[in-house]
Design a protein around this ligand. Structure first.
Ligand SMILES: *[C@@H]1O[C@H](CO)[C@@H](O)[C@H](O)[C@H]1NC(C)=O
Ligand SMILES: *[C@@H]1O[C@H](CO)[C@@H](O)[C@H](O)[C@H]1NC(C)=O
Ligand SMILES: *[C@@H]1O[C@H](CO)[C@@H](O)[C@H](O)[C@H]1NC(C)=O
Ligand SMILES: *[C@@H]1O[C@H](CO)[C@@H](O)[C@H](O)[C@H]1NC(C)=O
Ligand SMILES: *[C@@H]1O[C@H](CO)[C@@H](O)[C@H](O)[C@H]1NC(C)=O
Ligand SMILES: *[C@@H]1O[C@H](CO)[C@@H](O)[C@H](O)[C@H]1NC(C)=O
Ligand SMILES: *[C@@H]1O[C@H](CO)[C@@H](O)[C@H](O)[C@H]1NC(C)=O
Ligand SMILES: *[C@@H]1O[C@H](CO)[C@@H](O)[C@H](O)[C@H]1NC(C)=O
Ligand SMILES: *[C@@H]1O[C@H](CO)[C@@H](O)[C@H](O)[C@H]1NC(C)=O
Ligand SMILES: *[C@@H]1O[C@H](CO)[C@@H](O)[C@H](O)[C@H]1NC(C)=O
Length: 366
């Protein structure tokens, strides 16, 4: 694939309902893949660019990080001179949402931690990326000759990326939570010092929530305080910002709804609506008043700012849904709770796609 074609794909992720992920192999002479792991959806392409030296990208198993997986994919060795103007690339197509593990076959590299993963569970899962890398160093690193060659770790269960469960307790309360393994989401633990309350002022500064996006830990509470006019806070999904999650969820999720909160201009007390954070998945919400969502009145908790499903992208979809494409767009294939790259923007007209691409293309490439 030429650079130009790659660029075209990168700029039009939605048109092809897939994402191109770029990974540097051995950048700056380091024995690393950058980024070391990614989350990707079925059909996405991962493009590996080989930097100077002589590396591979070879599939392995969790239990034997530095041994090629029988029947697994490999790029083969790519020798790049340090004066190459054009670096080789190798594309890997993601088949499904389960975890895939990779390493560099060059002598010594894997034992020094040169490993990579697609859709690994987040720490502290025993099959996280860092556990995989530690196992590579343990089994093939310096001094491993004397170490037992048999791994005690077992193959991870076939697991749909993006979910893990944890139980956290705080005093009398216990939460059993499903949390995403999405890079950038908070750990499934309480914040140091215990749960806190976050105050969101609704409509105090025009058609907006102030602040409009926050990070919150499990057990935290969020208080929405309604200021004059007639607003709501209603939970939605990333791909359909201005429709209640209850209506769009394919897994029967019931989103929260404050209902309309009319507040007079001369009011001196302000009604509130509270939610409790039960898990660390991103929470998306909007104002249900006619026209407000399409004017950008949206809100997010734990949006992953480093990924394509960030707050600005969410607001851009909300804004764009006012310009005619909203009514025909109700068929996104992305489940409401999954952070499927690209898929969230499927089935949208091209002009709309370009608008979003301008915002999301760079993030999607990281
Ligand atoms: C490689 O070097 C460049 C320039 O010094 C730097 O900007 C970049 O972050 C480095 N990348 C890695 C992965 O070390
Ligand atoms: C890692 O160690 C195993 C067991 O000793 C060996 O079979 C394998 O070839 C080593 N891998 C690399 C990349 O050196
Ligand atoms: C790259 O490394 C492999 C394995 O060590 C070796 O067989 C091959 O000759 C190397 N290629 C070049 C061009 O040095
Ligand atoms: C490339 O490598 C050679 C030998 O390893 C070295 O002499 C030369 O300075 C390097 N060139 C660049 C541009 O890094
Ligand atoms: C608030 O807005 C809703 C929806 O537009 C409307 O049905 C309701 O009557 C309004 N409430 C008041 C008190 O104006
Ligand atoms: C607000 O204004 C309305 C009429 O404009 C009045 O009836 C009401 O008493 C006022 N409320 C307060 C708290 O001042
Ligand atoms: C929401 O929580 C705040 C702070 O704990 C509390 O003052 C308020 O009464 C609660 N509102 C409702 C509607 O329960
Ligand atoms: C947390 O769980 C409670 C009880 O199941 C539910 O009512 C609430 O909507 C959940 N909070 C969020 C943010 O989903
Ligand atoms: C998210 O919230 C932070 C803190 O309030 C703010 O600085 C940032 O601009 C917000 N992001 C967007 C895209 O509005
Ligand atoms: C959405 O529209 C609002 C109001 O016009 C604007 O302030 C905001 O910057 C827009 N957001 C994006 C991401 O385009």
């Amino acid at each position: 694939m030429t650079t130009l074609t790659a660029l075209a794909f990168a700029l039009l992720p939605a048109a092809f309902a897939q994402t191109m992920h770029s990974v540097q192999v051995g950048p700056n002479g380091t024995l690393t893949y950058d980024p070391p792991f990614i989350t990707a959806a079925a059909g996405d392409t991962v493009q590996f660019t080989f930097n100077p030296k002589n590396h591979t990208v070879t599939q392995s198993s969790f239990a034997a990080p530095c041994v090629p997986l029988a029947g697994g994919a490999t790029s083969g060795f790519h020798f790049e001179s340090n004066v190459s103007a054009l670096l080789d690339t190798w594309d890997f197509t993601v088949a499904d949402s389960t975890t895939s593990w990779f390493f560099c076959e060059q002598i010594g590299h894997c034992g020094q931690g040169m490993v990579f993963a697609i859709n690994p569970p987040a720490d502290p899962d025993p099959h996280s990326f860092s556990a995989f890398q530690a196992l590579a160093k343990q089994l093939n690193g310096t001094g491993s000759a004397s170490a037992p060659a048999t791994a005690t770790a077992t193959e991870p269960p076939a697991q749909s990326y993006g979910t893990a469960t944890a139980t956290v307790t705080d005093g009398a309360s216990t939460w059993t939570t499903v949390y995403t393994s999405y890079d950038g989401t908070p750990a499934p633990t309480f914040a140091p010092g215990g749960p806190v309350n976050h105050l969101i002022k609704v409509g105090i500064d025009g058609l907006s929530y102030t602040p409009s996006n926050i990070s919150a830990a499990i057990g935290d509470t969020v208080t929405f305080e309604f200021h004059p006019k007639n607003h709501t806070v209603t939970q939605s999904s990333f791909s359909q910002p201005c429709v209640s999650l209850t209506e769009t969820s394919k897994s029967g999720q019931v989103g929260f709804k404050s209902g309309f909160q009319f507040v007079a201009d001369n009011a001196t007390t302000f009604p509130t609506f509270n939610i409790t954070i039960n898990d660390t998945s991103p929470v998306w919400a909007y104002c249900g008043q006619v026209g407000h969502c399409q004017a950008g009145m949206v809100f997010a908790i734990n949006a992953v700012e480093s990924g394509p499903n960030n707050f600005a992208a969410f607001q851009a979809i909300a804004n764009a849904s006012g310009s005619g494409s909203a009514s025909s767009s109700g068929t996104s294939s992305a489940p409401a709770s999954s952070q499927t790259h690209g898929a969230a923007m499927a089935n949208k007209p091209l002009g709309y796609t370009l608008l979003l691409s301008a915002i999301g293309a760079v993030a999607a490439l990281l």
